[in-house]
Design a protein around this ligand. Structure first.
Ligand code: 3HC
Length: 704
């Protein structure tokens, strides 16, 4: 065998067992495919071996090809496991636990039989990293499940649970999985003598579906049009499945391989690979001691049953964690619980949640009206009104009622956590856990490290986010923390450009063409213009030098507060959420600009895009420079999961690198000359530009 350490082969009871042992997820890294081939050769040559079992060591079967190898030169294999498996003379049983994804499922599909434990998941998720299944998956899967279901699985990339996979015929049998190896050996013995060997490549009965329903491919194009926008991979996935229906197997495989080659190095595939690894890197906090024992949080409490508190409580119930929701007002509490129930009921109506699951989640949320009743929870998240005196009062009470080892977290989006912690006797147990709206949906969980937060507290908060299937990201304690702070320039320039003559629908179109699902002005209309207007007024009252924004202010003052009023930046018909461009808005913009002596001009699409995004790149650099974020890629992940930044662009800094740090810096420096202080370049950006460095490689020297 080429590499004994990553693939083991042994014979038990006449069955050759091929064990992939390449932690953590048995990706098809160096030596794995060669190891499988060598094991097959050995077993084929051994007269005592009547059949094979292919199984994964550790937590999973095979998670797919080694993504780290993509984009790098590598030798073209002379033999492929997929061919060797289904052309073998002895049957091979794939025994699946954990995941069989991408190349993992493709190897399993090339086996003659597939069995799985009930918790296993299978799928071809390659599209999510900008490529397509390149190990025959686009040719074999349609032969089992038919092209229609194959299209759905391959173009969405979704993970299919074992019971569904069994119903679809992908899995032949579900086994208890108490001892998968023994169960697989038993199964292999039961089929060892059967001939002919069932080979997926020889099946064609399901492919006829495409003849009776030739429109299915265009229907898939339509169905996935939104997701496909700006990305070549979904279209090529469809072409590959189409080839399975129109070409003989080997030709179809050649087509798949050609299409795979066309995708591997596209900018989108590179960006998506970067996003994949950045989402894993963000979990690492270099300052935490390696041997730190992370305390486990098993029960939660949430203070404040408003929209935010309710959404936070749902985020725990969704993950199966019991949570007490406390509000001193029983009326607010009742309304909060009713809102939660309505939210779940909508999901049930849409078919994304079962009635049973809804009942289970509701039963995990316990409404209570006194603080004393939450005292035994392992941690609490405060989600009350965003005012320092209110928060301090709540924290004093929490400090008094919560058990001594409990963590006290705040969901503030901007207030100084050191000040909040200062009213408790356990500031080391206080940290920020900042959710994004809607709290039960948005994946980002920003963990704010205040100056007295203990390493255990930080680690526990980071883990809590991951436990509820969110992405935890580190931020230092500063105004707006990392995510919101980095978005301020975006929002400001959005409004200032309108003053200068760019139209809201023009800006929205540029951002939608860039890949945002919805442009920023449409988002403003959905969330309502009145909230930010009130914030601006409060700021102005506190600081007379604060500059109001005359255009959105004018809209609010004219009653145009957004979708809920039927008018905002756009106009809406009754009962319809479609935005229509409204000449009245244009007239208002012109009038306000004239009143404020602001000269209006025209904008190119590039200028709009750069004005919106460069300011935030500059702010990213300042945040890293000040040690308030660990690394550039963390901020990129925050934008992907907090603000809907288009994933196939990788992230803001990844996109910035496609333009070049020097180019970005030069533009910012020139806007600094023209517009003044708000465009003052970050020193870190300047240095990076001067050295010809990369934005994605920026890291904080020291966290503060
Ligand atoms: N290649 C390389 N590394 C991989 C990998 C892969 N396919 N899948 C996971 N890893 C690494 C992760 O980067 C992580 O590394 P780290 O510990 O150094 O950060 C480690 O394995 C563990 O991964 P997760 O933290 O994601 O573990 P989870 O248990 O949360 O999730 C998983 C497991 C669902 C398998 C998830 O890792 C995953 O979705 N992996 C990618 C699956 C995939 O896209 N497969 C298709 C690959 S392309 C392909 O097969 C092409 C073929 O058609 C030819």
């Amino acid at each position: 065998m080429t590499d004994k350490s990553v693939v083991h082969f042994d014979v038990e009871d006449g069955i050759g067992v091929i064990t992939i042992d390449y932690p953590p997820v048995n990706a098809l890294g160096p030596g794995v495919s060669d190891g499988i081939l060598a094991a097959l050769d050995k077993g084929e040559a051994d007269p005592n071996v009547t059949a094979f079992v292919m199984i994964g060591a550790g937590r999973t079967f095979i998670a797919g090809a080694d993504i780290r190898q993509f984009g790098k030169a590598r030798p073209n294999p002379t033999r492929r496991t997929y061919d060797a498996l289904d052309q073998g003379k002895k049957p091979v049983v794939a025994a699946i636990h954990g995941y069989a994804l991408g190349g993992g499922l493709e190897n399993a599909l090339a086996c003659h039989y597939r069995i799985a434990v009930p918790s296993a998941k299978v799928g071809l998720p390659e599209v999510q990293i900008g490529i397509l299944p390149g190990g025959g998956g686009t040719q074999r899967l349609p032969r089992i499940v038919g092209p229609k279901i194959a299209l759905d699985m391959i173009v969405s990339g979704r993970h299919v649970p074992a019971d569904e996979a069994k119903a679809l015929g992908i899995i032949d049998e579900i086994v208890p999985g108490k001892d998968l190896r023994s169960e697989a050996i038993m199964y292999a013995k039961s089929i060892a003598g059967k001939r002919p060997l069932p080979r997926v490549r020889d099946r064609s009965e399901k492919l006829g579906e495409a003849k009776t329903d030739p429109g299915m491919f265009d229907a898939a194009r339509k169905q996935f049009a939104r997701r496909m926008r700006g990305q070549p991979a979904p279209e090529k996935c469809i072409q590959a499945v189409e080839a399975a229906c129109t070409q003989p197997f080997d030709e179809g495989v050649a087509t798949e391989r050609r299409l795979f080659g066309e995708l591997e190095n596209t900018p989108e595939a590179k960006a998506l690979r970067y996003a994949f690894f950045s989402e894993r890197e963000i979990a690492r906090i270099p300052t935490l001691p390696k041997d730190l024992k992370t305390p486990e949080i098993k029960t939660m409490a949430v203070v404040g049953a408003g929209t935010m508190g309710g959404g936070i409580a749902m985020s725990f119930a969704d993950a199966g964690m019991p949570v007490k929701l406390v509000d001193a007002s029983s009326e607010v509490l009742e309304r909060g619980i009713a809102r939660i129930r309505d939210n779940y009921a909508t999901s049930v109506k849409r078919g994304s949640l079962s009635q049973e699951e809804m009942a289970k989640r509701m039963s995990l949320i316990t409404p209570v009206t006194t603080m004393e009743e939450i005292g035994d929870a392992d941690a609490v998240i405060e989600a009350v009104f965003e005012r320092m005196d209110v928060k301090k009062e709540v924290f004093k009470q929490l400090d008094a009622v919560m058990k001594p080892e409990a963590f006290l977290f705040t969901n503030t989006s901007a207030l100084d956590i050191d000040q909040i912690a200062s009213v408790t006797k356990r500031p080391e147990k206080v940290a920020g856990t900042h959710y994004f709206v809607p709290a039960n949906v948005m994946k980002l969980f920003e963990v704010v490290n205040a100056s007295k937060t203990a390493p255990e507290t930080l680690a526990a908060a980071m883990k809590l986010g991951r436990d509820i299937n969110k992405i935890s990201g580190y931020a230092g304690n500063c105004d707006g923390f990392a995510a919101n702070r980095s978005r301020i320039p975006f929002t400001l320039e959005q409004n200032l450009m309108v003053e200068e003559g760019a139209l809201p629908h023009q800006i929205d179109k540029v951002m939608e063409d860039f890949g945002y699902p919805v442009g920023p002005f449409k988002v403003n209309d959905m969330s309502g213009l009145d909230i930010s207007y009130d914030t601006r007024k409060r700021r102005k009252a506190a600081d007379p030098s604060y500059r109001m924004l005359p255009i959105p202010d004018g809209l609010v003052e004219a009653g145009r507060v957004g979708l809920k009023a039927g008018k905002g930046w756009y106009r809406y018909e009754k009962g319809d959420r479609t935005p229509h461009v409204d000449p009245e808005v244009e007239a208002l913009i012109k009038m306000v600009a004239a009143q404020n002596n602001i000269e209006q001009r025209s904008f190119t699409e590039e200028e709009i895009l750069h004005r919106l995004l460069f300011g935030s790149i500059n702010e990213f650099c300042k945040i890293i420079e000040e040690g308030k974020a660990i690394r550039a890629s963390d901020l990129d992940v925050m934008w992907l999961h907090g603000f809907g930044f288009p994933r196939y662009r990788g992230g803001l800094m990844f996109w910035g690198d496609t333009i070049g740090a020097r180019e970005v810096y030069n533009q910012i420096a020139s806007w600094h000359q023209r517009y003044g202080k708000r465009w003052e370049p970050s020193a870190l950006l300047r240095d990076t530009a001067e050295k010809g460095g990369k934005l994605t490689e920026l890291k904080a020297e020291r966290l503060r």
